[in-house]
Design a protein around this ligand. Structure first.
Ligand SMILES: *[C@@H]1O[C@H](CO)[C@@H](O)[C@H](O)[C@H]1NC(C)=O
Ligand SMILES: *[C@@H]1O[C@H](CO)[C@@H](O)[C@H](O)[C@H]1NC(C)=O
Ligand SMILES: *[C@@H]1O[C@H](CO)[C@@H](O)[C@H](O)[C@H]1NC(C)=O
Ligand SMILES: *[C@@H]1O[C@H](CO)[C@@H](O)[C@H](O)[C@H]1NC(C)=O
Ligand SMILES: *[C@@H]1O[C@H](CO)[C@@H](O)[C@H](O)[C@H]1NC(C)=O
Ligand SMILES: *[C@@H]1O[C@H](CO)[C@@H](O)[C@H](O)[C@H]1NC(C)=O
Ligand SMILES: *[C@@H]1O[C@H](CO)[C@@H](O)[C@H](O)[C@H]1NC(C)=O
Ligand SMILES: *[C@@H]1O[C@H](CO)[C@@H](O)[C@H](O)[C@H]1NC(C)=O
Ligand SMILES: *[C@@H]1O[C@H](CO)[C@@H](O)[C@H](O)[C@H]1NC(C)=O
Ligand SMILES: *[C@@H]1O[C@H](CO)[C@@H](O)[C@H](O)[C@H]1NC(C)=O
Length: 774
């Protein structure tokens, strides 16, 4: 909360928008599509979304509607129709959704849409005109492509790009098919197919192979994979450009195939550092790194961008490259760090003189390497205004405020919010409602946009809806009023019970005051141990009060699919928290050597896991089968399907050949609860039973090995199918479960049930604000 309290009072004084520094260097970052073509793309979007009502909307794109650089939209009624004008297609689509949201009470989200447009369109008179306070609305983390988009076909991509446009996103990553381009480039340079087969990651691991964190794991990629991705990328780029977006393409960061050493023996290539726990396997670890000052760097990087531009019919001039993601550079010498970034930038502009480099600022948050001097040297080696830094996790770990606003380089304020696509409810409504505006008016602020950078999507829709809303607001929202209207729009109807439920969620689990990173982690979906602690930064019994309210809302909202989705989500959260309470209780009684009580706790945990499976199975969004089947659908042979199935299974469980990043991307999906987590806890209960009987000391290492070899690893190689069809009625199952657990929810903590205080053990960045330069 550092500067917040003082600066928030300034906001009230300067209620009107105060613009940050303008960057003329970014003026060419704008759409090249003809206004009429953008308008046509938006008209087509409206037809996809509400075919029967589309004729009532006219769309015009007029670049001079608002001030330069800032997107503007205007909504105006004209007889029985609504005219939407935007400076770009995105601005018009944004205006269209603004109208749907704030006049028609509609809602679009990852979990589904509520598009009950009133039969008489509400009037907007006089015209409503809104100008965005920032130049950019950015979307995606480099990991999102792997954790969420990896198996998508064009049908799903089209829906997402519509979602982006309607939320004003004008700067999305467009990362598909980069391996296909690399494949072309490297073959031409003399690499063999075999050299590349050990280099590219598998589909589920592309994000980390691209950043040189690992190589080869999950691969090799097939020709049909490349072909599929190329076709998708053509469609994605065309649609993004038609809508007036600026898709961000990849650039070269220096991570090269091992064979580069053989082919270019004189090049300055160093061994990459170990990332995470991938030290066990040199086959995957320590990807070779070509030093950017070496002439070969420019040769390769330039060829890559040129080949990509040729393949994809041009460029929009913004390129992403991440050099040191969670891996420290070999030297903290300021000249070295400056040369590294300068080399990347020079390479970009050697292929595209108008090129702008966009980097994730995550590297600056994670360890004690990047002190002020190092950050400054690295950033300012690139001409000011030619590098955009994503302040990747402004919601928990802002960096702009301790680097004098990135030493003058423009940055984008991003909400990261989610790690690994985990499913826990979580958010910081009040915090971001203030912090975004603090970012804009911070003295000397170089903020040029807002953004969403979740590692995975399909969770916590509410937070993304809120953040998207902040993108056009010039002052903080009234969160209470906002959440009230959110609940109505989401379900298409007011219900006192759901209203009350959302008020509770808003004040508790969606209002975290701490910048904990483990917010959405839970012991139940982690490998069991005597040490791991349930993460409970909120009063879960308060949160649980929302559950019966939501169940009771079924009388009014029962026909709404989004209501059912949320009912599953809230029930899932309460069950997860109940299991955590059993787990905490277990640890207490186990330490007191009370075997009977310990056994009973473990039995209860196993029971909750099965109940969670039953609840999740009632809604199509919560099924493991979807993930696995959409992966397999991309395979063109049985062999390929098995490979894709394996990639899909490995990523969400052991993540790596030997559980290197175990459980990081865990999911609470029906099928997975029962076939994976329940079995793991059963093994734990079984083994502990023996230990307790034999009065032995628990050996966690032994258990981990047993678990990996008998349950986890075999599960990833298994090929059995999981259904994509929901089973059971969400409301009935929820009622039944609530009756079953209500005593546990309301019972007070006695001497047995104690909640372990984890506040002192929570993850904190390593010496985040230590500084050797001041
Ligand atoms: C709305 O658009 C229609 C069709 O382009 C046009 O004829 C009409 O004049 C517009 N109305 C207003 C109020 O701008
Ligand atoms: C990497 O390349 C070197 C030199 O060409 C070779 O000796 C080594 O076996 C290769 N390593 C792997 C893991 O392919
Ligand atoms: C890089 O790693 C390889 C093994 O993969 C090793 O043989 C070589 O000596 C290392 N090079 C340097 C400069 O450390
Ligand atoms: C390539 O882009 C140009 C404009 O930059 C456009 O006129 C042309 O139709 C595009 N070609 C394809 C195949 O998309
Ligand atoms: C940085 O690059 C310059 C020019 O290529 C070179 O002279 C200098 O030695 C490099 N510095 C470091 C520390 O690598
Ligand atoms: C915020 O909205 C709530 C609900 O509509 C209302 O009760 C409250 O007075 C509002 N607060 C402010 C400061 O306007
Ligand atoms: C839900 O409805 C039941 C039956 O009408 C009632 O007994 C219960 O108090 C309600 N619960 C809440 C939290 O409103
Ligand atoms: C073990 O715990 C149970 C309930 O949790 C309690 O009733 C019992 O007295 C305890 N036994 C001992 C030996 O402490
Ligand atoms: C795209 O994928 C979805 C879900 O996997 C599937 O339902 C749909 O039929 C697919 N669309 C096409 C055109 O294959
Ligand atoms: C625990 O188990 C591991 C692996 O089986 C074994 O290497 C280690 O010696 C055991 N530790 C103790 C204290 O028994």
């Amino acid at each position: 909360m550092r500067h917040l309290s003082t600066i928030v009072s300034i906001i009230t004084v300067f209620a009107v928008h105060i613009s940050a520094i303008e960057f003329k260097s970014l003026d060419h970052i704008k759409t090249k599509t003809r206004p009429d073509d953008q308008a046509a793309a938006v008209t087509a979007l409206i037809r996809r979304l509400i075919p029967e009502r589309a004729a009532a909307f006219t769309v015009v794109v007029n670049p001079s509607l608002g001030p330069p650089r800032l997107d503007t939209f205007q909504i105006e009624s004209s007889n029985n129709k609504v005219n939407i004008t935007g400076t770009t297609g995105v601005a018009a689509a944004w205006g269209f959704y603004h109208y749907l949201k704030h006049y028609c009470g509609c809602h679009i989200s990852w979990a589904g849409n509520q598009l009950n447009v009133p039969s008489t369109l509400p009037k907007v008179q006089p015209a409503l005109k809104i100008t965005s306070p920032n130049r950019f609305r950015y979307y995606q983390n480099v990991c999102t492509v792997s954790y969420s988009f990896v198996w998508w076909n064009w049908t799903r991509w089209e829906r997402e790009i519509d979602w982006m446009a309607m939320n004003g996103i004008n700067l999305p990553l467009a990362f598909n098919a980069q391996e296909a381009i690399w494949h072309k480039v490297y073959l031409k340079m003399g690499f063999t197919q075999k050299d590349l087969d050990t280099h590219f990651g598998g589909p589920a691991f592309l994000a980390w192979a691209r950043m040189g964190n690992i190589h080869g794991w999950g691969g090799p990629l097939t020709q049909s994979w490349h072909a599929n991705q190329l076709q998708l990328q053509h469609q994605i780029l065309k649609r993004m450009r038609d809508l007036g977006m600026t898709p961000v393409l990849p650039a070269f960061a220096g991570h090269v195939p091992n064979a580069t050493v053989r082919l270019f023996p004189k090049a300055n290539i160093i061994n990459g550092t170990i990332w995470s726990k991938f030290y066990k396997d040199p086959q995957y670890c320590c990807t070779k790194y070509l030093v950017p000052s070496d002439p070969l760097f420019k040769t390769i990087g330039k060829a890559f961008i040129e080949t990509m531009i040729a393949e994809f019919n041009g460029t929009d001039h913004v390129y992403n490259a991440d050099l040191f993601n969670e891996m420290n550079p070999v030297s903290n010498d300021l000249g070295y760090l400056a040369n590294a970034s300068r080399g990347v930038y020079d390479t970009i502009i050697s292929a595209d003189p108008k090129g702008i480099w966009l980097m994730q600022g995550w590297l600056f948050t994670v360890n004690g390497f990047w002190y002020k001097e190092q950050i400054k040297a690295h950033l300012t080696a690139v001409p000011l205004g030619r590098l955009i830094v994503l302040d990747l996790a402004s919601d928990i770990l802002p960096v702009y405020d301790r680097t004098d606003s990135y030493y003058g380089q423009p940055f984008i304020w991003c909400m990261l919010h989610n790690f690994g696509g985990n499913h826990g409810l979580y958010g910081r409504l009040d915090y971001i409602n203030k912090a975004v505006f603090v970012g804009r008016i911070f003295p000397g602020s170089t903020m040029v946009g807002t953004g969403l950078t979740p590692e995975g999507i399909d969770q916590n829709d509410v937070m993304y809806a809120f953040m998207n809303d902040l993108a056009w607001r010039t002052q903080p929202a009234n969160v209470t009023a906002w959440i009230d209207s959110y609940a109505v729009r989401r379900y298409g109807k007011f219900s006192q019970q759901s209203h009350n439920a959302w008020r509770i969620l808003k004040d508790t689990i969606y209002n975290s005051m701490e910048n904990t990173k483990e917010h959405n982690r839970n012991a139940i979906v982690s490998r069991p141990s005597l040490k791991s602690q349930p993460d409970m930064w909120y009063d879960w019994r308060e949160v649980a009060k929302a559950w019966p309210l939501m169940i009771n809302a079924s009388a009014e909202l029962g026909t709404s699919p989004l209501y059912r989705y949320d009912l599953v989500d809230i029930g899932r959260q309460v069950l997860q928290d109940i299991s955590a309470s059993y787990y905490a209780e277990f640890q207490t009684v186990f330490n007191k050597n009370n075997k009977t009580a310990a056994r009973s706790c473990l039995a209860k945990i196993l029971d909750v896991l099965l109940d969670m499976d039953t609840l999740l199975a009632t809604d199509s969004h919560w099924l493991l089968g979807n993930w696995l089947e959409s992966a397999k659908a991309l395979g063109t042979s049985v062999k390929e399907q098995k490979w894709l199935d394996y990639n899909a299974r490995n990523q969400i469980t052991i993540w790596g050949p030997h559980a290197e990043i175990n459980d990081y991307a865990n999911k609470q999906w029906a099928g997975l609860m029962k076939s994976y987590y329940h079995r793991r806890w059963s093994l734990f209960a079984f083994e502990l039973d023996i230990y307790m009987d034999e009065h032995r000391v628990w050996n966690q290492t032994r258990f981990n090995e047993l678990c990996l070899n008998t349950i986890e690893m075999p599960w990833t190689f298994d090929t059995s199918d999981f259904t994509t069809e929901p089973v059971g009625d969400t409301v009935k199952v929820s009622r039944w479960l609530f009756e079953k657990y209500k005593k546990d929810i309301s019972s007070r903590t006695g001497d047995v049930v104690e909640f372990v205080d984890v506040s002192s053990q929570r993850w904190r960045p390593n010496k985040p604000y230590m500084d050797n330069s001041s």
